[in-house]
Design a protein around this ligand. Structure first.
Ligand code: B12
Ligand code: SF4
Ligand code: SF4
Length: 238
């Protein structure tokens, strides 16, 4: 077993900017990952001032920040995987994101990858899935990005899985989404993404906003991340 503190000690700045959780994903993974069902989920918070500026759409500072946080997460999962391997575990890292050219041929039809960081995070008990399909953490709300290390054996006791949404009557992200991508239905583990959120509508709007506002050909928006009251500095409880 490896202690929570051993993992956070590897993360620059320690617990202040990061969340770490452990999950047992047995029976939930694509066959490509099935030999490594024990997850260490790592979340890195996003900068509050930058995220406040995204309330009306993506800005250049958000795009730069998003790439910087992806680099930090890649470094973090590499460091954590090395540490876990030293204790004799077999493990593999799942990067925070992939490029369009690295995804499966049917990605545009499914808009799904074969590993969901958000699922690992709910199973670790770190938070829930919000009304626009974001992972909403207790500490930072949706203002974070995720990456995961998968191991062949239990690294530390798993958290208590979260199985239902805690959004309650709030619908801010649904109302502010310029793509009208979400219906407002509450998530629970038996509700599939496509029943409450349309990723094709979202992607199309993300690409339009990123192209027109910051001149990049990527899926960047973040309005739903920005407007969520959970975890936002100075915001009250929902
Ligand atoms: C494909 C993809 C997209 C697509 C589709 C998005 C989508 N929501 O499905 C597009 C291009 C539209 C997109 C847009 C964005 N994305 Co994106 N995207 C991904 C990616 C690469 C794969 C997601 C995927 O396969 N989804 C398939 C569905 C089925 O799974 P899911 O959405 O992850 O979540 C479902 C399951 O987890 C399930 N679930 C949860 N717990 C449990 C438990 C059990 C037992 C079961 C059965 C199921 C279950 O519930 C969810 C709803 O059904 C992930 C990285 C990754 N590998 O996870 C990032 C990721 C989801 N994106 C992220 C972000 C930030 C964005 C954007 C804000 C873009 C930006 N940076 O400005 C927008 C936000 C869109 C939104 N509101 O969700 C973050 C989300 C962080 C967060 N707080 O949630 C991720 C996790 C990247 C990261 N490393 O942090 N994205
Ligand atoms: S990223 Fe933008 S378009 Fe997609 S759900 Fe969030 S607010 Fe809507
Ligand atoms: S804005 Fe409200 S409805 Fe949307 S994820 Fe946050 S708490 Fe849930």
């Amino acid at each position: 077993m490896i202690a929570h503190a051993d993992i956070t000690a590897l993360l620059p700045g320690g617990e202040g900017d990061w969340i770490v959780g452990f999950a047992d994903l047995g029976g939930l993974l694509h066959e490509r990952f099935a030999g490594h069902p024990f997850a260490i989920v790592i979340g890195r918070r996003l900068d509050d001032a930058i995220m406040d500026d995204v309330a009306d759409g993506p800005v250049r500072a958000y795009y730069d920040h998003y790439r910087d946080i992806n680099r930090r997460l890649s470094d973090a999962v590499r460091a954590v995987a090395d540490r876990v391997r030293r204790d004799g575990f077999d493990c593999r890292s799942v990067e925070p994101t992939v490029l369009d050219e690295q995804v499966a041929a049917d990605y545009m039809e499914t808009m799904r990858l074969d590993f969901s960081h958000k699922m690992a995070a709910t199973r670790a008990g770190l938070g829930w899935i919000g009304k626009t399909d974001l992972f909403v953490s207790e500490r930072f709300g949706p203002r974070l990005r995720l990456a995961t290390v998968l191991a062949d054996r239990e690294v530390a006791p798993a958290g208590t899985p979260v199985t239902v949404s805690r959004c309650g009557a709030c619908a801010l992200c649904v109302e502010r989404c310029p793509a009208k991508a979400a219906t407002g239905k509450l998530w629970r583990i038996t509700v599939d993404r496509d029943e409450f959120y349309d990723p094709w509508k979202c992607r199309e709007k993300c690409r339009e906003l990123a192209r027109t506002r910051i001149g990049v050909n990527e899926s960047i928006c973040g309005i739903c991340v920005s407007v969520c009251p959970v975890g936002r500095a100075g915001a009250g409880a929902i």
